[in-house]
Design a protein around this ligand. Sequence first.
Ligand code: HEM
Ligand code: SF4
Length: 572
Amino acid sequence: MSDKRPGPLVIEGKLTDAERMKKESHYLRGSIVKDLKNGLTGGFTGDNVLLIRFHGMYQQDDRDIRVERTEQKLEPRHAMMLRCRLPGGIIGPKQWLEIDKFAKESTLYGSIRITNRQTFQLHGILKGNLKPAHQLLNKLGLDAQATANDVNRNVLCTSNPVQSGLHQQAYEWAKVISEHLLPRTRAYAEVWLDQEKVATTDEEPILSATYLPRKFKTTVVVPPQNDVDLHANDMNFVAISDKGNLIGFNLLVGGGLSIEHGNKKTYPRRASEFGYFSLEHTLSVAEAVVTTQRDWGNRTDRKNAKTKYTLERVGLDAFRAEVEKRAGIRFMPIRPYHFTFRGDRIGWVKGIDNYWYLTLFIENGRILDYPGRLLKTGMVEIAKIHQGEFRLTANQNLIVAGVAESQKAQIETLARKHRLIDDTVSNQRKNSMACVSFPTCPLAMAEAERFLPQFVTQVETLLHKHGIGDEHIVLRITGCPNGCGRALLAELGLVGKAVGRYNLYLGGNREGTRIPRIYRENIKEDEILKEIDYLVGRWAKERHEDEGFGDFILHAGIVRPVVNPAQDFWAE
Ligand code: HEM
Ligand code: SF4
């Protein structure tokens, strides 16, 4: 928290155009139905371009061919990205098979992308295929509601493969919280599922007719694993258990990573500890945090609208007291909790339920058939015989969960045959992550997903050169400062500045509880590698025993720690 005096609870002034759009949308309907019937364009028009985000879609175009299309006087090749709502990332093998078929037959890229928010995205759906996509999800018991825009998004849950009982309980809460905070409008059902209009008046008792001021993200975390990166999220429920049983949550509020290059009013922020409460209050606490942010969040400036800024403006005490008032509880002191890691344990582990769990490393979360690595086919072969479930992880990996001893060998054989298991993958690669960026993301400034694989190869070479080839640095690349690749919680983060150019951030830690600081600005790949060569050389020689790269960076004084980002993230 900053030490300045708290500001006003509500910001008055001219509302943003997004507020007008939400208000006029008639509870998220807009004129989407009309646009769906318009054969003259492959895209949506006017407000509908943003409105469809509430229904889980982004309008995109292939940026690799944008200039060519303009020269030919054609409109950009519009296609939609669709993001499923999948609390805790759990999906069944039968669901997987149907989604795989849709991706193959009805999308431009044919791939399924596991995102670092524990769901999957299908890229490249033409307008005419959107209704079939939503109807397929509905048939499978899934939907794409509220996975984008100003609502509570897909709720994350630690994908703990060992403590199955505790995971199950945490996961149930992730699902219930997600359902409870969903929009109540019937727009999704009417527009995409062709359901009848019912003669009731729409009401949004939690979100309001103008929804939230900005996107809102929630996690349920089971320590000691911080795979969900709670400090990147608005509202976090840290599971407190007793003898393997969930008994309550520590609540942490106000994390977020998005910034704008050079705009000192923006900053990343860690979530603040509010206190502990017992399980029965979970939904009222969730609702109280969301409605407080709904009423106090800044609706006059979208760059200042997230919970992290509300909290800094009104002060932690005022925000927490309001949540207590609305939830009708008093928070108890935070219960001890401790994070020790963020990565996934790749390979087999046996759960305490005696079933086996196989975590597959999926580079960039991209499930596609590559030459010699038929990942997508391999997943289909596994789905055909798997009796348990799949869990998508917040590190873009996938767990084949709940495998009986009798099926373990068969699943392993399939995974190896299709290179879903690859023993040559280094620790460095397992701990590297990128956002989508080019060619689909309209906001991309520099390559991320397509740049990562070969860049990691070069970092591996440097680690070997300095005699620490088995080591790893939590390395993340994000194509622009919006931060989807969570680079501002990495030990080494690259944030896209322009094509081929990045800002280099250093000094996060392995547990994901520290924000890194800028070290070099606007540099190219060869310069970045030169810096890494120098830094890894020093780390290899000078580090304390078991000292991670990010901790070493601080101890060696290479950058100063970011203590209170609202105050010192931009400090020289
Ligand atoms: C103002 C802030 C942000 C904006 C405008 C934004 C916008 C976008 C857009 C347009 C995409 C679609 C890219 C594509 O799939 O082609 C995307 C993807 C995604 N974003 Fe964001 N984003 C923001 C911040 C964040 C943050 C802070 C996180 C996480 C902490 C995040 C997580 C994701 C994830 C998980 C995806 C899916 C693809 C992936 O795994 O990289 N976003 N975002
Ligand atoms: S970080 Fe930027 S480039 Fe990457 S997916 Fe998010 S918005 Fe797109």
